[in-house]
Ligand binder design. Structure first.
Ligand code: UGA
Length: 445
């Protein structure tokens, strides 16, 4: 059977990784953007962001002719069978979702479909609040294409669950596939595409309606964020009990199959482009329905105050932070990415600067993005060791693999007054506290 051809609107993490995923399995994929620089770079095999293994995979599929990026959205739609919308859905100032990109992309896709006779399937992959596909995408699509969903147009909502830092791996190995369908035919086409794509490795496929698929994405992210704020709450309690240690507690409760060990790493809170935005959107959305989602609001409150824990621990070691030299190891919101969106390093650095500290930071890949946020308000080091030189206290903000290899001696020999705050629980407290002033999230003093 001839493989379906695919167009993807949106060249962010989801768009690019979905495109590379399909292209890697031999589907013809056309991505489109309005940004000429981005298109040129993608067509040269250079992804718009850092992600492990992505560049090699992109280069291969571009070279083999399976993936191209065009500025001509109409051409992309007319030459393919299925279109995925993967445009960004950022937050508005009040936390609710901004659907402008979804609306604009849908209109452009519809205008192109107006010139097409054959059946076409549109799949919403972006994270959108329940009702968006039915009440915004569908009417915009039908009005501008002069076609009718369920007759000559198919419509699905298919949320994505990839994580930054392992985006391509997650695209190729999902735990499940959710298909929200407007009609059975739309769902059948998408299901057969995924069955062909994953073959024997096809994960469980859940078929449901559009609104449930939309809410599954928010429920999933909100639940993971809840696990993180929960374990951080227990960690904060641990800090008040001498000898209590969150790592032992997380390991023990995680062995209960009903709880699971995942997403129980206590630290400085969650950041990134998804959890903060989606938690906010869910709160705003449920408020718009007349329901006050107290639990999700508490998850957000815990997360907003969690970075402060690092500052408090530093103050316990140093007293007043004025003119103290602080080394920050890690700037990105998580390891293996250069993404600084909602990174915990941002509130930590802002607070340190407010308190008059002198900050030097190092991150293996996020320094250039950090410079666009902090400019010359902080100093940037080109290695972890250089970052530590002559400082009074070091805070581990992101758990990069290379930081895990540092020994107590590295801190002792390079810092002015060796004092370490482990914000991500990457060091053995026994080993480190014997050799230097050591404090950690979730560790009773
Ligand atoms: C998250 C979800 O994990 C994905 O399933 C989802 O597709 C994605 O959002 C999205 O909606 O697009 P991502 O934000 O890329 O993925 O990264 P995560 O690995 O989930 O980490 C998010 C934040 O939580 C990071 O700041 C990380 O440091 C923090 N975290 C994670 C913890 O503090 N503790 C943990 O145990 C796990």
């Amino acid at each position: 059977m001839k493989k379906q051809s695919i167009s993807i609107v949106g060249t962010g993490y989801v768009g690019i990784c979905t495109a590379i995923g399909f292209a890697t399995k031999g589907y013809k994929v056309i991505t489109s953007t309005h940004n000429p620089k981005k298109a040129t770079s993608i067509n040269k095999g250079i992804p718009p962001f850092y992600e492990p293994d992505l560049q090699e995979s992109l280069q291969k599929v571009v070279r083999n002719g399976y993936l191209e990026c065009t500025l001509d959205r109409e051409e992309a739609i007319l030459n393919t069978d299925i279109t995925f919308i993967a445009t960004a859905t950022p937050s508005q100032p009040n936390g609710s979702i901004n659907l402008q990109h979804i609306k604009n992309s849908t209109r452009e896709i519809a205008e192109a479909l107006n010139k097409k006779d054959a059946y076409h399937l549109l799949v919403v992959k972006s994270t959108v609040v329940p009702g968006t596909t039915q009440n915004i995408v569908k009417p915009t699509l039908e009005k501008n294409s002069n076609k009718q969903c369920g007759v000559n147009l198919g419509l699905c909502m298919n949320p994505e669950f990839l994580r930054e830092g392992s985006a391509l791996h997650d695209t190729l190995n999902p735990d499940r596939i959710i298909i929200g369908e407007y009609t059975q035919k739309s769902g059948d086409i998408l299901e057969s595409l995924y069955k062909d794509f994953y073959g024997e490795k096809t994960p469980p496929i859940i078929r449901t309606n559009l609104v449930s698929a939309e809410l599954i994405k928010y429920a999933s992210n909100a639940f993971l964020a809840t696990k993180i704020s929960f374990i951080n709450t227990i960690a904060n309690i641990c800090q008040k009990i001498p000898k209590a240690d969150i790592t032992a507690i997380a390991k023990a409760i995680g062995l209960d199959k009903r709880i699971s060990p995942h997403f129980l790493n206590a630290g400085l809170g969650y950041g990134g482009s998804c959890f903060p935005k989606d938690v906010k959107a869910l709160i705003a959305f449920s408020k718009s329905l007349g329901y006050d989602s107290m639990l999700i609001k508490a998850v957000e409150d815990v997360n907003n105050t969690q970075p402060q824990q690092a500052i408090e621990l530093a103050k316990k070691h140093l007293g007043n932070l004025r003119n103290k030299r602080i080394a920050l190891l890690g700037l990105a919101f998580k390891p293996n990415t250069d993404d600084m969106r909602e990174a915990r390093s941002i509130p930590i650095i802002n607070q340190l600067l407010n308190e008059g500290a002198d900050v030097t930071a190092y991150d293996p890949v996020a320094v250039s993005n950090a410079k666009s946020i902090f400019g010359d308000k902080i100093k940037y080091a080109s290695s972890a060791i250089e970052c530590l030189k002559n400082t009074d206290c070091c805070i581990i903000v992101t758990e990069w693999q290379e930081f895990k290899k540092l020994k107590p001696e590295d801190f002792k020999q390079n810092m002015k007054t060796p004092s370490l705050i482990d914000g991500r629980r990457i060091y053995n407290p026994e080993e480190f506290s014997k050799k230097l002033k050591f404090a950690a999230i979730g560790l009773g003093q």
